[in-house]
Every structure is written in structure tokens, then in C-alpha cells.
Ligand binder design. Structure first.
Ligand code: RRO
Length: 289
């Protein structure tokens, strides 16, 4: 899947990504009303990935629906990433968005590392309450995107599962910062941002691995994927699917086909019929040794 946030909400760009080989595309996180996001600079490259502090820019749920209606009738599986600043806003956005037949799943964003919503994803009780309330009004598959910026991510994952989540997306970006050498000012106007890319892949692999031991629902791995080998690693750790965000920005649309091709060659070479056979393989090996 294309990860949330990468391509905004342009219906035709989302369609291009799907045609380029993504199994599904996740939208930019959508809230109840239009929001400009943070002041520039909101993005900075680092030696080991991208630091962003976009600040949840989005056109609001009503405009999002109008845009996406342009794709109604096509068969593109779109997953709507949603957020709100309180439970009523989450409910409102979820209610409106699920009226679109194009939306095949909802991903709840409680984990943006430089906004207030991260407070939800850092608290097991708030996580459980929000997920339960959205669960009550959403019949579609419900994913919950987790933050790595906590001491015990498994506790948060278990709260989401208890509240009725169908899958966990691990992970959102890692809270981080960069400083300009000449001026000593933080580079991002917001001071803090979220790091994505190669630096966070081993963190995400560890989190997927730990979650797999403690939850029964599927895990969607995300963070730093650029090759088919990265995808296999996520599956071995316990993922049942993956999302690509940074890799898509860093390379181009080809990344989906290149990864699919590499995966198919690997599965053929290993005589594996279904990639799901690889989910949690490292756990199986360790339990036997
Ligand atoms: O918009 C953002 O600044 C943003 C979001 Br909503 C998120 O979930 N993760 C991130 O790194 N940036």
C-alpha cells in the first residue's frame, strides 16, 4: 500500500499509484475542517531519512469526499486516514467518509508525532476509547496507526485490539529535530518533526516483532521500505502487509513494480505459494531452536 500522507488527496494521483502496482492507497489524514498545516519549512532531508512537520494539512472531510467522488465507479481500493482533536470529531469524519463506496478501510491516525493527536496514541485508555467509538460507527475494516514515541507500544496495540481494531499499522514517524549550523535555529519552523526513512526501519521491525507476540490481529509494517528484501524482513518480523511512504518519495512510482517483481522471484525461488506463509517466520524459527 501507499502509506498515508504521501500524496495528498488528488484522486488522479491516487489512481496512478494504484495503476503503478500498489495494492491499495492510503489518503492524507483527513480531519473535520480544512487546515493549512504548519508554516514553512515543513520538510528537511537528513543523512538518514526525511524529517517533516507538515502539521496535518488537509481540505477537510467534505472537500475530500467531493474530490474522491470523481473516482466513484472505479475499482481503486482507497483507505481513508482520519483524525480529530476529540472523539466527536473522529466520529463525524468516520461517519461522513464511510458513505463513499470507494473507501474500503479506515486508518485512525492517533500518532502524528508533532501534533496534539499523538497524546491519544501515547495513552492506552484514550486509544481504547477513541477506537471503540469509531468502531461503533464503522463497518469497514479499521486500522489503527501506532506511534513509536512511547515506552510500551505493545500496551497501546493491545488497547486498540481490545477496542475492536482489525489491524495495527506500525509505525508513524519518530519524533526528531534538526538544527541549522550557521544560525543555530531549528530548521523546521515547528522545531520538532517526524523522521521517516532508513533510520526508522530497524525501530519499526522491532515494534512489529514485539506486537506480533502479543496481538492476534494483523500488523501492517511501515517505515523505510525501499526494496523487496525490506518487505520480506517485515513479514518475518510479523507483518501481513506493508506500506511504502518514504521510499515512494525518494525513488518513484516504479518502486511498487520493482518490489513486486523481486518478491515474486523470491517466492518462486523458495517455492512459496503465498507470501502470508512468511508472516512471523522469525518467531517460528526461534520457538523451535
Ligand atoms: O501532517 C503531518 O505533519 C504528519 C502526520 Br498527520 C503524521 O501522521 N505523521 C507525520 O510524520 N506527519
Amino acid at each position: 500500500m501507499l502509506a498515508a500522507g504521501v500524496l495528498g488527496i488528488s484522486p488522479f494521483l491516487l489512481k496512478r499509484v494504484y495503476l503503478a502496482g500498489a495494492g491499495a492507497v492510503v489518503s492524507k489524514s483527513i480531519g473535520p475542517v480544512p487546515r493549512d498545516g504548519n508554516k514553512n519549512p515543513v520538510i528537511v532531508g537528513t543523512d538518514c531519512g526525511l524529517l517533516n512537520s507538515m502539521g496535518l494539512p488537509n481540505p477537510g472531510v467534505d472537500e475530500f469526499i467531493k474530490e474522491l467522488e470523481k473516482l466513484e465507479g472505479s475499482n481503486i481500493p482507497i483507505i481513508a486516514s482520519i483524525f480529530g482533536s476529540n472523539v466527536e470529531e473522529f466520529e463525524l469524519v468516520a461517519k461522513k467518509i464511510t458513505r463513499l463506496s470507494l473507501i474500503k478501510a479506515i486508518e485512525i491516525n492517533i500518532s502524528c508525532p508533532h501534533s496534539e493527536i499523538s497524546q491519544i496514541g501515547q495513552d492506552p485508555n484514550l486509544t481504547e476509547m477513541i477506537v471503540k467509538r469509531v468502531r461503533d460507527i464503522v463497518n469497514l475494516p479499521l486500522f489503527v496507526k501506532l506511534t513509536p514515541n512511547v515506552t510500551n507500544v505493545v500496551e497501546i496495540g493491545k488497547s486498540a485490539e481490545k477496542a475492536g481494531a482489525d489491524a495495527l499499522t506500525a509505525i508513524n514517524t519518530v519524533r526528531a529535530m534538526a538544527i541549522d549550523v550557521e544560525t543555530a535555529y531549528p530548521i523546521l519552523n515547528n522545531i520538532y518533526g517526524g523522521l521517516s526513512g532508513p533510520a526508522i526501519k530497524p525501530i519499526s521491525i522491532r515494534i512489529v516483532y514485539d506486537l506480533y507476540k502479543s496481538v492476534k490481529i494483523p500488523i501492517i509494517g511501515v517505515g523505510g521500505i525501499k526494496s523487496w528484501e525490506d518487505v520480506i524482513e517485515y513479514f518475518y518480523a510479523g507483518a501481513s502487509a506493508v506500506q511504502i511512504g518514504w521510499g515512494f518519495i525518494q525513488y518513484d512510482m516504479d518502486i511498487f513494480y520493482k518490489i513486486l517483481k523481486g518478491l515474486l522471484e523470491f517466492l518462486d525461488r523458495k517455492k512459496i505459494n503465498n507470501i502470508q506463509e512468511l508472516t512471523g517466520k522469525t518467531h517460528n524459527i526461534l520457538s523451535k531452536s
